[in-house]
Design a protein around this ligand. Sequence first.
Ligand SMILES: [Zn+2]
Length: 204
Amino acid sequence: MEEKLVLPGEKITTEEEFAGGANTYTEEGVVYSTVIGIPSVAEKKMSVVPLGRDVKTIDRNMLVIGTVTDMVKGIVFVKIDDINIDHKEYLALKDGKILLERPRPRFGRGPQRREAQKPERVCSVGDTVLAKVLYNDKDAYTLTLDCQECGVVHATCELCGGELEYNKDANALVCKECGHREYRRVSALYEKPEEIRKLFVYSQ
Ligand SMILES: [Zn+2]
């Protein structure tokens, strides 16, 4: 049998084929895994051999770090990093997406209306973002940047690729190399990897 990794809640067989064994549960004749692991058949039972004691999946309300890979029509696509905290490993087996709130259309006239419809530049492709998991959907995580520490934590200049530094007075990111200014939803933990690490250790 092919060695295929299954996730908690993933269907592994039906009772017509095999009864559920260790690390499974059965609902309406369908056998699901309760752990991350490899399904294995023994004595007409389908069990799941856990991948490792301390391997977990990223789930709702957890904080994640990822890289923005694409932005299409108000959806930000994020490649989520695996997280390793105090010898516990959290696997990101799916990508994440952030749905940007669209500004409500106003029925006024003139520049004010255009201003209101101009979407805020929350992040850019290539940015590193700190986000929270809103929903753990079947094929992707839905993330949000609406949490205290969430936002962009690392970014580079769109013109020269230099490091962007947060300038409090300008409330903008300024390139260390060429001085170019860019705007983002900047996290309070921008360029503070050590504090981000602490946050992960104490919050998850
Ligand atoms: Zn630059």
